[in-house]
Design a protein around this ligand. Structure first.
Ligand code: PHE
Length: 459
């Protein structure tokens, strides 16, 4: 089936695509979410399952999304419409657009904190964070201050909007081409620094030595959610980004490169945070504040710590920005392609609405007790964690199952493989990929979700 092509811009080539897609994948998921989730779930065992899921579920789903995107040249909803008109499949794309919106509304809050920390690192306010107690107070002072929390997430959304309204190659690509290599270099330098600290070995062992007694359904679910979240899968971000990759480019190579970069960065982040943490005698299960509370104390104990802190929070903000760009881009491309909105209008309207929905998450870290979970909260989870779990784990998992079922059983593997191989480059191990997409991924994710619901296991 040929799909009429719209004039909607393309990546200038493979490198632009890889950088932008890796920019989507690499973000707070790798640097904020991966370490604290690993720390909460016992370290090595979680990391091992996460790595297995990246290879057996992440890469197959990533290729499935890219195949749909390049074939249809559409946003997630339009893609399903183009392949199977007059069916309920476009709703899967609709779920993806909604999920992108849902993720952006809490992600921008944490991204706002990175700006706050960057400001504090630059002004020297972080200098006082020499002990975990003081550092914790500084963290709470920022995240529980309603004005700061709201203003910072708003500021981050404005940055995102300004880039997305510039369009694919003008805005997104130009920004990520500079930002991604920079980010990698800073991370590498920090990892070298952290792993050579006295006592770092313990942190490395924590990250890589699995304690199998720690594995339960909650850990497995956390690892699956993390693999999907980190690779930006299950909501059509990679359908959207794949739709901008020119036909002549080798798609399997580009996709696998993105997965490798993303995983490398998560491991690098782990190699910064855990050795530094153990060297300073910290607790790995510090929760969502891990990066924010523990690291300043470590930076302050380092020679040249101020520069390291500024570099680190700048890179965290950059990594977050290239991810929020992709989240907003999914929703914007839907309104541009399907509803005929201008990019400018879509970016500002959707970004603005997202800001409104980010407010309760911004206020859920202590500013408003009813939203902050625990005994005084309306529900056990704070609103930000609730969103993180609902959109970031469950919605992505459901989306990933449906995308696999679509590619494996509805659209068909031969069509998907033809799209992946459109440049003439072969998909290596195409048979194995087919088995993973058609059987392994949907079955494994479904069993896990049923198990989680049936046993009432949440994390
Ligand atoms: N992968 C991004 C990160 O790790 C988050 C994200 C999820 C972006 C889903 C787009 C889609 O931070």
């Amino acid at each position: 089936m040929s799909v009429p092509s719209l004039d909607r811009g393309q990546w200038s080539g493979k490198l632009g695509f890889i950088l932008a897609a890796a920019g989507s994948a690499i973000g707070l998921g790798n640097i904020w979410r991966f370490p604290y989730t690993a720390g909460e779930n016992g370290g090595g065992a979680f990391v091992l399952i996460y790595l297995v899921f990246v290879a057996l579920i992440g890469v197959p789903v990533l290729l499935a999304e890219l195949a749909i995107g390049r074939k249809t040249q559409r946003n997630p909803v339009g893609a399903f419409k183009a392949l199977v008109p007059a069916s309920w499949w476009p709703l899967v794309g609709g779920l993806g657009v909604l999920t992108g919106f849902g993720i952006l509304a809490f992600y921008s809050v944490v991204a706002g904190w990175t700006l706050g920390y960057l400001f504090m690192a630059v002004t020297g306010a972080l200098h006082e964070a020499t002990t975990a107690d003081v550092s914790g107070t500084i963290f709470t002072g920022l995240v529980a201050d309603p004005l700061w929390a709201i203003v910072l997430s708003g500021l981050f959304l404005v940055l995102t909007i300004v880039i997305v309204r510039g369009g694919v190659s003008g805005g997104i690509e130009r920004a990520t081409k500079i930002l991604m290599p920079l980010l990698f270099l800073i991370l590498l330098a920090l990892a070298v620094r952290a792993t050579t600290l006295p006592g770092a070995v313990e942190g490395i062992a924590y990250l890589f030595k699995p304690d199998f007694s720690r594995i339960d359904a909650g850990v497995v679910m956390a690892a699956l959610g993390q693999a999907l979240f980190s690779l930006s899968l299950g909501m059509g971000a990679m359908i959207t980004y794949g739709s901008y990759l020119p036909e002549r480019e080798n798609m399997p190579f580009a996709g696998v490169s993105v997965a490798i970069f993303d995983t490398l960065i998560a491991v690098l982040a782990g190699l910064i945070i855990f050795p530094a943490l153990f060297a300073a005698g910290g607790d790995p299960s510090g929760g969502p504040g891990l990066v924010f509370i523990v690291l300043p104390t470590i930076f302050n104990a380092l020679p040249g710590g101020t520069v390291v802190a500024i570099a680190f929070y700048a890179l965290l903000a950059i990594a977050a920005l290239t991810s929020t760009i992709s989240l907003l881009e999914v929703v914007v491309s839907y309104f541009v392609d399907e509803r005929g909105w201008s990019r400018e209008k879509a970016a500002w309207l959707i970004g603005g609405l997202c800001f409104v929905l980010a407010v309760p998450s911004a206020l859920s870290q202590g500013a408003v007790a009813a939203l902050s979970g625990g005994d005084e909260g309306l529900i056990a989870w704070d609103f930000l964690t609730l969103n993180n779990n609902v959109w970031g784990n469950y919605s992505l998992s459901i989306g990933a199952i449906l995308i696999c079922i679509f590619v494996g059983w509805k659209w068909g593997l031969p069509n998907a493989i033809a799209s992946l191989e459109a440049s003439g480059d072969r998909l290596p191990a195409a048979g194995a990929w087919g088995v993973l997409v058609k059987y392994v991924c949907p079955v494994v994710i479904l069993i896990l979700l049923i198990f989680i619901v049936a046993t009432g296991t949440y994390f």
